[in-house]
Design a protein around this ligand. Sequence first.
Ligand code: NAI
Length: 335
Amino acid sequence: MTKIAFFSTQAYDRHFFENSSDKHRFEFFETRLKSNTVQLADGFDGVCVFVNDKVDADILKRLSEMDVGLVALRCAGFNNVDLKAAEKHNVRIMRVPAYSPEAVAEHAVALILTLARKTHKAYNRIRDGNFSLDRLTGFNVNGKTIGVIGTGKIGQAFIRIAQGFGTEIIAFDKYPSKALTQKGVHYMALDDVLANSDILSLHCPLTPETSHLINQETLGKMKKGAMLINTSRGKLVDTSAVIESLKQNHLGSLGIDVYEQEEKLFFRDLSEVIIRDDQIARLMLFPNVLITAHQGFFTKESLEEITRITLKNFDDYENKQETENEVSCKLLKEC
Ligand code: NAI
């Protein structure tokens, strides 16, 4: 029986994982995994973490000293894990590489349509008895050019939906897909994607190379009035540069499901707390900015799949099985 300590757990994690397996024993902690909470993992075989848990070199060293040999991520991205340190300390890292790319892709489209047709404003107006259309003019997505950065599983799901709107899809990826080219996607250099997109949607992972991919310089290369959508990772975007571009009326609108400093805010009810993060407070004031709190993955179908694959990862760890869900320097041929 493998004993697993869950960190960053919400009510929905308990709902899906509690009583989901009689093979393993689980304990649920609401706190994030960090240097002053890692001690909670003592006595467990593995930890199960989420997007904002920091699995850095110090945490991995301490986990290995406590004989904790597994970090199971309940997500696809693993930018929060120091893979070199995991190798050094002999801790296996497993993730859920794909649970529902459509969930995130559909959420990106929801952000686009909301911003394009201002339905978030219409909803609030009508609740207030205001049936006027004044200042609700939107724009058609049909006929627009959509730029996609990162054409992996989520990028491809996004492209399938976006093409249905009758849009032109241009894309940038380190490894362009032949199959997508055959489906009418035009790969081009990053600068050309930036310059030609009416809507730009980010679907690449966060790596040292993609950190602040959207910055003052790249924003300057974008079309005036373009829409930027980020459902990938907050640090892909330099928030200060984006705020400045919105203030200059250069960036036309912004839809984000992820935010640079989200670990201090997201997944918590802070409605009675003074928000000390001035950048999110500024973003919340723009009429052309829509923020959701990392809910792209959050569908019933995704949660069922995350649970199923995570339980399989626990089994594979217990049985010392190799799995395609493992991430390591060796397997990625990186770091
Ligand atoms: P994936 O691995 O299938 O695709 C990523 C694509 O990005 C690949 O085609 C890769 O070649 C490309 N890429 C890598 N480095 C690049 C670079 N420097 N420039 C351009 N392209 C580059 O990953 P998937 O499943 O499509 O997920 C993408 C990201 O979405 C994840 O890394 C994660 O950060 C984010 N995500 C967000 C969720 C949410 O709830 N908002 C949920 C799940 C994932």
